[in-house]
Design a binder for this molecule. Sequence first.
Ligand SMILES: [Zn+2]
Length: 249
Amino acid sequence: MLKKISASLIAILIIFSLSASTYTKAYECNKEGEILNKEFTVCIDPGHQGKGDPKGEPVAPGSGNKKPRVSSGTAGIATKKAEHVVNLEAAMILKDLLVQKNYKVIMTRETADVNISNAERAEIANNANADITIRIHCDSINDSGKTGATILVPAKNSQYTKNIYCESNKYAEILKKTLQNNNIKVNGVFERNDITGFNWSRVPVVILEMGFMSNYNEDRMLSDPKYQKLLMECVSESIDKYREEFLKN
Ligand SMILES: [Zn+2]
């Protein structure tokens, strides 16, 4: 009888300590005493890939509207470099910065040789239950004078993205301020309802258009590892700030 009681007592203690350890596991402090949340998951999507795929996919779940699975992206006016290469270079820097800070990082791709559609990229983030998705791109426009970073967020009034607008926009505003504090020109935060990768996302998501590859000077800067690092440090710092807000709620 006593054996049975002590056995069940031990079982209870084991269950209790297991649940206690899983409960406290989500938070850890660094040397400065700041809270690090190991379970905070960031999905990084380096835009485009080696070869675009013009085959159509629905622009939103259940939509009859189709857009290419992945467009081929732009190329540098000065460097002649393909956008997908610059996007991946920056994304790998961001991955390193976040891993160093104990974030859980999911990459949609780490090479050019993939064929992952924009909807599939959103599903990768959905399946990982990411807390935020950062999609890294470069801009291009038929005006070589235009420069600066641009941030895109899902539309507030779209049936597909109304649930993720607020959190996405909260992060976007933090990112905008952080970039501006580091003397990087930001053209603004713009809502978009026509982006497949937004419409399929069930987690907060932004696109950072890092700058214009159609401007000679900015194109060269976007391929400069120092400038890439500065941009990605801004993204990383904004994630810290967003996570702090997130932990309060
Ligand atoms: Zn792009």
